[in-house]
Design a protein around this ligand. Structure first.
Ligand code: ZN
Ligand code: ZN
Length: 374
C-alpha cells in the first residue's frame, strides 16, 4: 500500500514496464506486416474513376421504335454511343408504367404507385438526397432538369426523416412546377447551362417529346421526338467528352420511364400504363470510365437497379429498409400524361397503407470492368 519504494526497485519496475511496451509494439508491428502481406487483394482493387453521374430519361418511347430496329430513329445512340459503353437489351419497368412512378423508381430504387400529376412526393428518399447528405455539398451539386414540370416531385420525399432536406436544385418545365411542359431542345440548353455554371456531380434529365406527342396522337411528332432526343443525347455526350470538368470521369445512363402499349393492346402506341410487353420493355445504355465498352448485357434488370448502381458509382450508402404505398387496385384507374396543362384530375387514388420492405434493386455488376469486381 506504501507509495514509497526504494530507488532501485522503482527503477526496475519502470524498466520492466518499458520492456513490456516495447514487446507489445514489436508484436503489433510484426502482426500488422503479416496481415498486410496476406491480403494483397485489398491493395489491388482500383478506385472507381466516376466522379459524376448524369441520368437521361427519354420519356415513353416504345422498344419497337427504338432499339428493336437500329439504326432507324436512333442512329447516334445505336451507332456512335453503343460501342462506347454497355447496352442492356432486357431492361424493364416491371412496376408501374407511367411517368412519375417510373422516374421515382429510378431516383429512389423503389417501385411505388404515385400520383401522376405532380401532387405526391416519392415515399422514400432519393439518390440526390443520399448523395448531398453524404458529400456535404450545396444543393447546386445535384440537379433535376426536366421537360415535364411535374417531375419537381423527385426533389423531395414523404419520408419525415428526409423531407425538405438535402434537396437538389430544380429546372423543370416552362418555368417551374405548374407551368407546363417545354420542348426538349430547351431542356438540352438548360442542361448545358447548368453543367457549365454549377458543375453538378449528379443530374437527372427528362426529355418528354416522344411521350407527349404520342398522347396527342401525332405519330410523326412521336417518332420525330425519338430521333431528336437521340441527337440531343449525342450532343450531351460530346459536351461531356470535351468539358474539362466532366471528361473521363462522368458516367452517362440513358434509359426510359416506361414504354407504350403493343399495337394489340388497348389503343396501341398512343397510351401506356399496364404490364404489357410494350409498356414494360425499355432500355439502358450505360457509358462511363468504369464500364465495359461495346458490350451487350442480356441479363434481366429493372429500373430499381439504377439507384444502387449510382450509389456504388458515387460511393454512398442507401437505407436497406424502404416503404411501399399499397393501393386498392380495384378502385383505382390511373390517368396517364397529357400535353395539356391543368388536365382534369379524374384519377382516383386510394393509398391504404405503407408496407415496409427491403430495397429490391441490385447493383448492375455486369456493367463494371472486371478489375472493380475482384
Ligand atoms: Zn401496355
Ligand atoms: Zn405518358
Amino acid at each position: 500500500m506504501s507509495r514509497k519504494v526504494s530507488g532501485s526497485l522503482a527503477h526496475k519496475v519502470v524498466l520492466r514496464r518499458r520492456m513490456l511496451v516495447y514487446y507489445a509494439f514489436l508484436i503489433a508491428g510484426v502482426w500488422g506486416m503479416m496481415v498486410s502481406c496476406s491480403l494483397p487483394a485489398s491493395k489491388g482493387k482500383p478506385a472507381l474513376r466516376t466522379q459524376n453521374v448524369i441520368i437521361v430519361v427519354i420519356d415513353g418511347p416504345r422498344y419497337s421504335e427504338t432499339w428493336a430496329n437500329t439504326p432507324g430513329l436512333i442512329p447516334n445512340m445505336s451507332t456512335d454511343l453503343k460501342p462506347e459503353g454497355s447496352f442492356l437489351s432486357t431492361f424493364l419497368n416491371d412496376g408501374y408504367t407511367y411517368t412519375n412512378s417510373g422516374h421515382a423508381a429510378i431516383t429512389t430504387g423503389v417501385n411505388q404507385p404515385i400520383d401522376n400529376y405532380g401532387d405526391e412526393y416519392p415515399a422514400n428518399p432519393s439518390i440526390f438526397q443520399y448523395w448531398l447528405k453524404a458529400s456535404g455539398k450545396p444543393k447546386t451539386a445535384a440537379w433535376i432538369i426536366s421537360s415535364k414540370d411535374k417531375l419537381h416531385i423527385l426533389a423531395n420525399t414523404q419520408d419525415s426523416l428526409w423531407q425538405n432536406q438535402f434537396m437538389p436544385a430544380l429546372n423543370c418545365g416552362v418555368n417551374g412546377p405548374g407551368t407546363g411542359y417545354r420542348a426538349d431542345s430547351l431542356t438540352l440548353e438548360a442542361v448545358k447551362q447548368v453543367l457549365t455554371t454549377h458543375k453538378p456531380n449528379l443530374v437527372l434529365v427528362n426529355f418528354m417529346e416522344p411521350d407527349g406527342y404520342a398522347h396527342a396522337g401525332n405519330w410523326d411528332y412521336y417518332v420525330r421526338g425519338i430521333s431528336r432526343d437521340d441527337r440531343y443525347i449525342k450532343e450531351l455526350w460530346d459536351f461531356i467528352s470535351k468539358d474539362e470538368f466532366y471528361r473521363n470521369k462522368t458516367t452517362l445512363l440513358i434509359t426510359n420511364d416506361h414504354g407504350r402499349h403493343l399495337d394489340s393492346v388497348d389503343g396501341g402506341w398512343q397510351e401506356h400504363g399496364d404490364n404489357c410487353e410494350g409498356c414494360q420493355h425499355i432500355s439502358l445504355l450505360a457509358l462511363g470510365p468504369d464500364f465495359n465498352k461495346n458490350a451487350v448485357i442480356e441479363t434481366r434488370h429493372t429500373l430499381v437497379d439504377i439507384a444502387p448502381t449510382v450509389a456504388k458509382l458515387l460511393r454512398f450508402e442507401m437505407d436497406s429498409t424502404v416503404v411501399v404505398p399499397r393501393l386498392d387496385t380495384v378502385a383505382v384507374a390511373f390517368a396517364v400524361d397529357s400535353l395539356a396543362v391543368g388536365t382534369q384530375k379524374d384519377s382516383v387514388r386510394i393509398v391504404s397503407q405503407l408496407d415496409t420492405t427491403v430495397l429490391q434493386g441490385r447493383v448492375i455488376r455486369e456493367l463494371f470492368l472486371e478489375k472493380y469486381l475482384r
